[in-house]
Write a protein that binds this ligand. Structure first.
Ligand code: MN
Length: 191
């Protein structure tokens, strides 16, 4: 299988001022593309050549895992936003957040704190277990909760490439703004 990037569902400047056009152009156009290109090169002629992305993430390690993980993580990340997003989740996801965290505000507080305190590069995930319970999973580097048998719902990308051009070292300030661009309909459809 020859992997490609997911289409960006908004213009590259549509998430300004939360995420600048320059950051989206580098992040989507260069970083994400490099993971896709590396993955396609690494799996050519291997047992993963015709596997789907989720299977590769679950069963690989080393360089294949790093690039497959980042290919999957960025596909979920870039399709979680829309201009003038934010607000509150609805439906089953909203109910599950209340059930698992007490309230949306409590979830938001815990998720933001997890993103601000993750050391180094990685991802903070909202993940679902087989019973529909939600948890916050801190993952280093290319990590994805799929490897723990959980379903990934939503993530903050806390690699510096996601925010450094716009916020420099102020990761917490970036994450605080990201809540204003979340497309809860898109995210909720994964629950
Ligand atoms: Mn990234």
């Amino acid at each position: 299988m020859k992997f490609e990037k997911v289409a960006l569902p908004y213009a590259s400047d549509a998430l300004e001022p939360v995420i600048s056009k320059t950051t989206t152009e580098y992040h989507y156009g260069k970083h994400y593309q490099a993971y896709i290109d590396n993955l396609n090169k690494l799996i050519a002629g291997t047992k993963f050549e015709n596997a789907d992305l989720e299977t590769i993430v679950k069963e690989s390690e080393g360089g294949v895992f790093n690039n497959a993980g980042q290919a999957l993580n960025h596909a979920l990340y870039f399709t979680s936003f829309k201009p003038n997003g934010g607000g509150l989740p609805t439906g089953q996801l909203a109910e599950a957040i209340d059930r698992s965290f007490g309230s949306f505000d409590k979830f938001k507080e815990e998720f933001s704190a997890a993103g601000a305190t993750l050391f180094g590069s990685g991802w903070v995930w909202l993940a679902k277990d087989a019973d529909g319970n939600l948890s916050i999973e801190k993952e280093s580097n290319a990590g994805n909760p799929l490897t723990k048998g959980l379903t990934p719902i939503f993530a903050f990308d806390v690699w510096e490439h996601a925010y450094y051009l716009d916020y420099q070292n102020r990761r917490a300030d970036h994450l605080k703004e990201v809540w204003n661009i979340i497309d809860w309909d898109a995210v909720g459809s994964r629950y």
